[in-house]
Design a protein around this ligand. Structure first.
Ligand code: G6P
Length: 612
């Protein structure tokens, strides 16, 4: 949901802003803009990608060692040049970029108009810059104080960066519910929505907290205050991610790279956490929370999108092997439906980005009710990872493609570890069963390597179905969430309508859709549901549907019934979702490529959804 990057230091800001914005484009990519301070304030904005902005200003004056940049995902007003950020005060003294939503913008705007202000954009953001300007004019306070006073009047979510022609040695930034990181280099600072634009310049970062206002002065450096005007001590952390992980590494798209990284990312996810010799799972995040987990009578999982699908697999895993009741909730519904939450509940928040607004709000609510909050996040230092009581990082590495792939399988890995830990703690499985399961989990990266070999076959299947308008995905048990995730991947990146369904439910509705033009992807890799899924496949075939079946090597019954059979290695049912999802990711990817869709940045989507 919008990417922000800003620079203050001794170097030219423009190249740093542009390369930073390109790294942040996954957050939004409908328009972009930069502002550079160099005696004058030069502002350039353009609808389209960062590359369009770059082309637009190829011959312009981009000098300046202070600058701010933005790549937008529109919320208020269409994606055009005027609504693009940065936005300016009247007279072009101040300019700012914003990520988030100002909920009371309309009231503030009307008041400002009544006092003589003129607005040029449709955005909620523009009220901020007018208000800061007005406060500065009236009270003659420094920029940081005007920003602080403005933000005390604002309801909503924001990460903002502001610069002023009259105070050319400083940048002021602030956040609430939208992320902002300050990178501390040698005599320079890079501020950004996440660490990806920062890592090539410095590894030392400070994550701003909610309702903090930071001023970064060219000479005196970083100072942070909260909205109550109290000084805060910046907490400097070291970034761990490698720069190479942010590049495409020879692949045509980030998504394909990330699909292929899964043998490694799953290994990274359980590295040091499976102790086969001593037959145990080691999860540092559980230290001090053993009792809360042992006493929990219920687990509630909150998440959105692909992370919600991971949560559904988590439900099967935890109930199956640890015998604890689990509820999986869309965070957006949970937060508004007055849910029943007990103090001995464990609430697990799953989020790749760690910034999803609804998931964040859901955990804040659960926290108020006294539940223990456990986070499963990928982005280290993200807001959710900091708001939770404890948790486990997925360690999948940066995921840039908007459609989640390796983060999903890493989430499944952590959920598997957690389920195994709780099963052992509650003695719901024997030591021997535990040993068999952890050994199998240890093998998953190898199975994934094998299943990636189906790519050529998937390309052929993709050619055959690239022009259809609808797809149905069916699965049962552990593979029902896999069917949902497969359908989501396809619709996200190829814009083909796709639905995931529990296979047996098909006869209660979707079967009416089946005819010779309807491809049906059947995920049949789980042993306990295999016979039943064969019956469901027969029902589709009887109505001339086209079957693409994912089955295990050695399971041959579907070979003669299905139109296409993709074989993946057999593994214990509990971990089969990680394997079965691979061909579905590849199918979505290749159909989207054949349809010439923008795979890494699909239309209307954003990777990090920091608005509700
Ligand atoms: C967006 C992304 C999805 C993601 C969802 C939840 O919709 O496009 O890929 O699954 O947000 O994001 P999170 O970061 O909380 O996992």
């Amino acid at each position: 949901m919008c990417g922000i990057v800003a620079y203050i230091g001794k170097r030219e800001a423009y190249p740093i802003l542009i390369s930073g914005l390109k790294r942040l484009e996954y957050r939004g990519y409908d328009s972009a803009g930069v502002a550079l301070l160099n005696g004058h304030l030069n502002i350039y904005k353009k609808a389209g990608k960062v590359a369009d902005l770059e082309a637009h200003i190829a011959d312009s004056n981009v000098e300046g060692s202070i600058g701010i940049g933005h790549t937008r995902w529109a919320t208020h007003g269409p994606p055009n040049d005027v609504n693009a950020h940065p936005h300016c005060s009247e007279g072009n003294k101040l300019t700012l970029v914003h990520n988030g939503i100002i909920e009371n913008y309309d009231t503030i705007k009307k008041e400002l108009i009544a006092r003589g202000h003129t607005f040029i954009s449709d955005t909620d953001t523009e009220v901020l810059v007018h208000l800061i300007d007005e406060i500065q004019e009236n009270s003659k306070v420094p920029l940081e104080e005007a920003v602080r006073l403005t933000l005390t009047q604002v309801i909503g979510a924001y990460a903002i960066v502001v610069i002023s022609k009259d105070e050319p040695d400083k940048i002021v930034c602030a956040r609430k519910s939208s992320p902002l990181v300050v990178g501390i280099g040698k005599e320079e600072y890079i501020i950004a929505s996440d660490a990806t634009p920062i890592i090539e310049h410095t590894r030392r970062v400070v994550y701003l907290d909610d309702e903090e206002v930071a001023v970064i002065h060219k000479d005196s450096g970083l100072q942070i205050k909260d909205l109550e005007n109290t000084y805060k001590t910046p907490y400097v952390q070291e970034l761990e991610w490698q720069l190479e992980k942010l590049e495409k590494g020879g692949y045509e798209h980030f998504m394909l790279k990330e699909i292929n990284e899964q043998p490694q990312s799953i290994l990274d996810s359980f590295r040091g956490r499976i102790d086969i010799e001593n037959n145990q799972i080691i999860l540092g995040g559980l230290n001090g929370y053993e009792e809360a987990f042992a006493n929990a009578k219920r687990i509630i999982i909150v998440a959105c999108g692909t992370s919600w699908h991971a949560g559904l697999v988590g439900e099967y895993l935890i109930e199956d092997i640890a015998r604890i009741p689990v509820e999986v909730e869309y965070a957006s519904e949970f937060r508004y439906r007055n849910p029943v939450i007990y103090e001995d509940d464990i609430v697990i928040a799953i989020s790749q980005s760690g910034e999803t607004a609804d998931t964040l709000a859901a955990i804040k609510l659960a926290k108020q009710k006294g539940a223990t909050i456990f986070g499963i996040c990928n982005v280290v230092g993200s807001t959710i990872s900091r708001e939770t009581d404890t948790g486990c990082y997925t360690h999948a590495g940066p995921e840039i493609g908007v459609a989640s792939t390796k983060a999903f399988t890493a989430q499944l890995t952590v959920l598997s570890l957690l389920a195994l830990y709780m099963a052992k703690q509650r003695a719901t499985i024997t030591d021997d069963e535990f040993q068999v399961l952890i050994k199998e989990l240890n093998e998953v990266p190898e199975y994934i390597k094998e299943s990636l070999k189906c790519e050529e076959q998937i390309i052929e299947i993709s050619k055959q179905y690239m022009d259809v308008s609808n797809f149905l995905y069916l699965g049962r048990g552990y593979n029902f969430p896999v069917a949902l995730e497969g359908a989501l991947k396809l619709k996200e990146i190829s814009y083909i309508h796709a639905e995931g369904y529990p296979a047996a439910e098909m006869k209660h509705g979707p079967i009416a859709l089946i005819d010779k033009n309807m491809p049906v992807v059947v995920v049949g890799t789980n042993k306990s549901a295999y016979e039943k899924i064969i019956s469901n496949v027969q029902e589709v075939k009887a109505r001339d549907g086209q079957i693409i079946a994912i089955t295990n090597e050695g399971d041959d019954e579907l070979d003669s019934i299905a139109d296409h059979v993709i074989k993946v290695p057999k593994c214990l049912e509990q971990f089969s979702p990680m394997i079965a999802t691979i061909p579905l990711q590849l199918l979505a990817y290749h159909i989207a490529v054949l349809r010439e869709c923008n795979v890494d940045q699909p239309r209307n989507l954003a990777k990090s959804v920091t608005v509700e």
